[in-house]
Design a protein around this ligand. Sequence first.
Ligand code: 5GP
Length: 219
Amino acid sequence: MSLQVTMELKRRGLMFVLSSPSGAGKTTLSRRLLEKYKDAGAHETIMMSISVTTRPARPGEVDGKDYFFVSPEKYQSMVAGHEFLEFANVFEYQYGTPSDFVRKHITSGTDVLFDIDWQGTRQLSEKSRDDLVSIFILPPSMNELERRLKARAQDSEEVVAKRMMKAEAEISHWQEYDYVIINQDLDQTLEKIDHILKSERLKRVRQDGLAGFISTLKS
Ligand code: 5GP
Protein backbone atom coordinates (compact mmCIF):
# COMPACT_ATOMS: atom_id res chain seq x y z
CA MET A 1 0.00 0.00 0.00
CA SER A 2 1.38 3.40 -0.82
CA LEU A 3 0.74 6.56 1.13
CA GLN A 4 0.52 9.72 -0.91
CA VAL A 5 1.72 12.78 0.93
CA THR A 6 1.04 16.21 -0.53
CA MET A 7 3.49 18.59 0.99
CA GLU A 8 5.29 21.74 0.15
CA LEU A 9 8.75 22.19 1.55
CA LYS A 10 9.90 25.64 2.53
CA ARG A 11 12.48 27.08 0.15
CA ARG A 12 14.24 30.35 -0.59
CA GLY A 13 13.22 32.18 -3.74
CA LEU A 14 15.85 32.71 -6.40
CA MET A 15 16.98 35.68 -8.42
CA PHE A 16 16.47 34.60 -12.01
CA VAL A 17 18.32 36.90 -14.40
CA LEU A 18 17.85 37.06 -18.15
CA SER A 19 20.38 39.23 -19.97
CA SER A 20 20.99 39.77 -23.68
CA PRO A 21 21.64 42.51 -26.15
CA SER A 22 18.44 44.49 -26.95
CA GLY A 23 16.47 42.66 -29.61
CA ALA A 24 17.56 39.11 -28.76
CA GLY A 25 14.07 38.22 -27.57
CA LYS A 26 14.49 38.69 -23.83
CA THR A 27 11.39 40.83 -23.27
CA THR A 28 9.10 38.37 -25.06
CA LEU A 29 10.68 35.46 -23.21
CA SER A 30 10.22 37.19 -19.84
CA ARG A 31 6.57 37.90 -20.60
CA ARG A 32 5.91 34.32 -21.62
CA LEU A 33 7.62 32.90 -18.56
CA LEU A 34 5.57 35.17 -16.26
CA GLU A 35 2.41 34.22 -18.12
CA LYS A 36 3.15 30.52 -17.70
CA TYR A 37 3.36 30.82 -13.91
CA LYS A 38 0.86 33.60 -13.32
CA ASP A 39 -1.75 31.39 -11.63
CA ALA A 40 0.72 29.19 -9.74
CA GLY A 41 1.00 29.31 -5.93
CA ALA A 42 3.49 31.52 -4.07
CA HIS A 43 6.24 28.88 -4.25
CA GLU A 44 5.68 28.04 -7.90
CA THR A 45 5.22 31.46 -9.38
CA ILE A 46 7.80 33.99 -10.53
CA MET A 47 7.42 37.75 -10.17
CA MET A 48 9.00 40.40 -12.39
CA SER A 49 11.32 42.89 -10.75
CA ILE A 50 10.29 46.26 -12.19
CA SER A 51 13.27 48.54 -12.64
CA VAL A 52 13.50 52.27 -12.17
CA THR A 53 14.85 54.20 -15.16
CA THR A 54 15.55 57.73 -16.32
CA ARG A 55 14.81 56.65 -19.92
CA PRO A 56 11.63 58.16 -21.38
CA ALA A 57 8.80 55.67 -21.92
CA ARG A 58 8.49 54.16 -25.41
CA PRO A 59 5.08 54.15 -27.07
CA GLY A 60 2.94 51.55 -25.34
CA GLU A 61 5.10 51.30 -22.23
CA VAL A 62 3.25 51.77 -18.96
CA ASP A 63 4.67 53.41 -15.83
CA GLY A 64 4.74 50.91 -12.97
CA LYS A 65 4.39 47.94 -15.31
CA ASP A 66 7.32 48.10 -17.74
CA TYR A 67 9.44 50.44 -15.63
CA PHE A 68 9.08 53.10 -13.00
CA PHE A 69 9.98 56.14 -15.11
CA VAL A 70 11.65 58.78 -12.96
CA SER A 71 13.57 62.04 -13.33
CA PRO A 72 17.39 62.02 -12.99
CA GLU A 73 16.94 63.89 -9.68
CA LYS A 74 14.60 61.27 -8.26
CA TYR A 75 16.95 58.51 -9.45
CA GLN A 76 19.89 60.17 -7.71
CA SER A 77 17.94 60.48 -4.48
CA MET A 78 17.14 56.73 -4.66
CA VAL A 79 20.85 55.95 -5.16
CA ALA A 80 21.72 58.17 -2.19
CA GLY A 81 19.02 56.49 -0.10
CA HIS A 82 20.46 53.00 -0.88
CA GLU A 83 17.14 51.97 -2.38
CA PHE A 84 18.69 49.89 -5.18
CA LEU A 85 19.92 46.31 -5.04
CA GLU A 86 21.98 47.11 -8.13
CA PHE A 87 22.12 50.02 -10.53
CA ALA A 88 23.97 50.96 -13.70
CA ASN A 89 24.23 53.31 -16.65
CA VAL A 90 23.09 51.56 -19.83
CA PHE A 91 23.28 53.53 -23.07
CA GLU A 92 22.72 57.13 -22.05
CA TYR A 93 20.24 56.37 -19.28
CA GLN A 94 20.27 55.07 -15.74
CA TYR A 95 18.60 51.91 -14.47
CA GLY A 96 18.22 50.39 -11.02
CA THR A 97 16.46 47.51 -9.25
CA PRO A 98 14.47 48.51 -6.13
CA SER A 99 15.68 46.32 -3.22
CA ASP A 100 12.54 46.00 -1.12
CA PHE A 101 10.43 44.11 -3.66
CA VAL A 102 13.18 41.57 -4.33
CA ARG A 103 14.12 40.91 -0.70
CA LYS A 104 10.50 40.50 0.35
CA HIS A 105 9.81 37.85 -2.28
CA ILE A 106 13.07 35.94 -2.01
CA THR A 107 12.75 35.51 1.75
CA SER A 108 9.12 34.39 1.45
CA GLY A 109 10.07 31.78 -1.16
CA THR A 110 8.88 33.45 -4.36
CA ASP A 111 11.23 33.64 -7.33
CA VAL A 112 12.00 36.98 -8.95
CA LEU A 113 12.76 37.52 -12.63
CA PHE A 114 15.20 40.26 -13.69
CA ASP A 115 15.73 41.82 -17.11
CA ILE A 116 19.03 43.56 -16.39
CA ASP A 117 22.40 43.95 -18.09
CA TRP A 118 25.80 42.40 -17.26
CA GLN A 119 26.74 45.21 -14.87
CA GLY A 120 23.68 44.58 -12.72
CA THR A 121 24.16 40.81 -12.90
CA ARG A 122 27.72 41.22 -11.68
CA GLN A 123 26.54 43.31 -8.71
CA LEU A 124 23.93 40.69 -7.77
CA SER A 125 26.59 38.01 -8.02
CA GLU A 126 28.83 39.94 -5.63
CA LYS A 127 25.99 40.46 -3.14
CA SER A 128 23.91 37.29 -3.33
CA ARG A 129 25.74 34.57 -5.28
CA ASP A 130 23.74 31.73 -3.73
CA ASP A 131 20.40 33.26 -4.70
CA LEU A 132 21.41 34.08 -8.26
CA VAL A 133 20.77 32.08 -11.44
CA SER A 134 21.84 33.94 -14.55
CA ILE A 135 21.07 33.20 -18.18
CA PHE A 136 22.50 34.96 -21.20
CA ILE A 137 20.39 34.92 -24.37
CA LEU A 138 22.27 35.17 -27.66
CA PRO A 139 20.77 36.04 -31.05
CA PRO A 140 21.39 33.45 -33.80
CA SER A 141 23.41 36.06 -35.75
CA MET A 142 24.16 39.79 -35.77
CA ASN A 143 22.12 40.16 -38.99
CA GLU A 144 19.12 38.65 -37.25
CA LEU A 145 19.63 40.94 -34.27
CA GLU A 146 19.61 44.00 -36.54
CA ARG A 147 16.52 42.72 -38.35
CA ARG A 148 14.68 42.29 -35.01
CA LEU A 149 15.72 45.72 -33.76
CA LYS A 150 14.45 47.34 -36.97
CA ALA A 151 11.22 45.32 -36.93
CA ARG A 152 10.54 46.57 -33.42
CA ALA A 153 10.22 50.04 -34.98
CA GLN A 154 10.08 51.70 -31.59
CA ASP A 155 13.52 53.22 -31.81
CA SER A 156 14.95 55.63 -34.35
CA GLU A 157 17.57 54.46 -36.87
CA GLU A 158 20.24 56.22 -34.86
CA VAL A 159 19.20 54.36 -31.71
CA VAL A 160 19.21 51.03 -33.59
CA ALA A 161 22.75 51.74 -34.84
CA LYS A 162 23.87 52.54 -31.28
CA ARG A 163 22.26 49.39 -29.91
CA MET A 164 24.04 47.29 -32.56
CA MET A 165 27.34 48.76 -31.42
CA LYS A 166 26.53 48.07 -27.78
CA ALA A 167 25.40 44.52 -28.54
CA GLU A 168 28.94 43.35 -29.14
CA ALA A 169 30.10 44.81 -25.84
CA GLU A 170 27.20 43.14 -24.01
CA ILE A 171 27.91 39.77 -25.67
CA SER A 172 31.55 39.94 -24.58
CA HIS A 173 30.34 39.21 -21.01
CA TRP A 174 28.81 35.82 -21.86
CA GLN A 175 31.33 33.97 -19.71
CA GLU A 176 30.03 35.63 -16.53
CA TYR A 177 26.69 33.79 -16.82
CA ASP A 178 25.61 30.39 -15.45
CA TYR A 179 23.78 29.45 -18.66
CA VAL A 180 23.93 30.62 -22.28
CA ILE A 181 21.13 29.95 -24.77
CA ILE A 182 21.11 30.77 -28.49
CA ASN A 183 17.60 32.01 -29.21
CA GLN A 184 16.93 30.37 -32.56
CA ASP A 185 13.36 29.43 -31.80
CA LEU A 186 11.29 31.24 -29.16
CA ASP A 187 9.30 28.19 -28.01
CA GLN A 188 12.40 26.04 -27.64
CA THR A 189 14.26 28.78 -25.80
CA LEU A 190 11.34 29.23 -23.41
CA GLU A 191 11.34 25.50 -22.76
CA LYS A 192 15.06 25.58 -21.97
CA ILE A 193 14.61 28.51 -19.60
CA ASP A 194 11.77 26.69 -17.88
CA HIS A 195 13.90 23.55 -17.44
CA ILE A 196 16.63 25.66 -15.83
CA LEU A 197 14.11 27.29 -13.48
CA LYS A 198 12.60 23.97 -12.43
CA SER A 199 16.00 22.37 -11.81
CA GLU A 200 17.38 25.33 -9.90
CA ARG A 201 14.32 25.31 -7.63
CA LEU A 202 15.25 21.77 -6.59
CA LYS A 203 18.80 22.61 -5.55
CA ARG A 204 19.52 21.42 -2.03
CA VAL A 205 20.77 24.83 -0.84
CA ARG A 206 17.43 26.45 -1.74
CA GLN A 207 15.26 23.92 0.07
CA ASP A 208 15.29 25.42 3.57
CA GLY A 209 12.68 22.95 4.76
CA LEU A 210 14.69 19.82 3.94
CA ALA A 211 16.31 19.30 7.35
CA GLY A 212 12.89 19.34 9.02
CA PHE A 213 11.53 16.83 6.52
CA ILE A 214 14.53 14.53 6.92
CA SER A 215 14.00 14.51 10.68
CA THR A 216 10.43 13.23 10.18
CA LEU A 217 11.86 10.36 8.09
CA LYS A 218 14.01 9.24 11.01
CA SER A 219 11.27 9.12 13.65
P1 5GP B 1 15.71 49.15 -22.51
O1 5GP B 1 15.99 50.61 -22.41
O2 5GP B 1 15.84 48.62 -23.92
O3 5GP B 1 14.41 48.76 -21.85
O4 5GP B 1 16.85 48.41 -21.66
C1 5GP B 1 18.19 48.61 -21.96
C2 5GP B 1 19.04 47.67 -21.17
O5 5GP B 1 18.98 48.00 -19.79
C3 5GP B 1 18.62 46.20 -21.27
O6 5GP B 1 19.78 45.44 -21.53
C4 5GP B 1 18.09 45.87 -19.92
O7 5GP B 1 18.33 44.52 -19.56
C5 5GP B 1 18.89 46.81 -19.04
N1 5GP B 1 18.19 47.09 -17.78
C6 5GP B 1 16.88 47.30 -17.56
N2 5GP B 1 16.63 47.51 -16.27
C7 5GP B 1 17.81 47.42 -15.62
C8 5GP B 1 18.21 47.52 -14.24
O8 5GP B 1 17.41 47.75 -13.33
N3 5GP B 1 19.53 47.37 -13.98
C9 5GP B 1 20.45 47.10 -14.95
N4 5GP B 1 21.73 46.93 -14.57
N5 5GP B 1 20.13 46.99 -16.25
C10 5GP B 1 18.82 47.15 -16.59
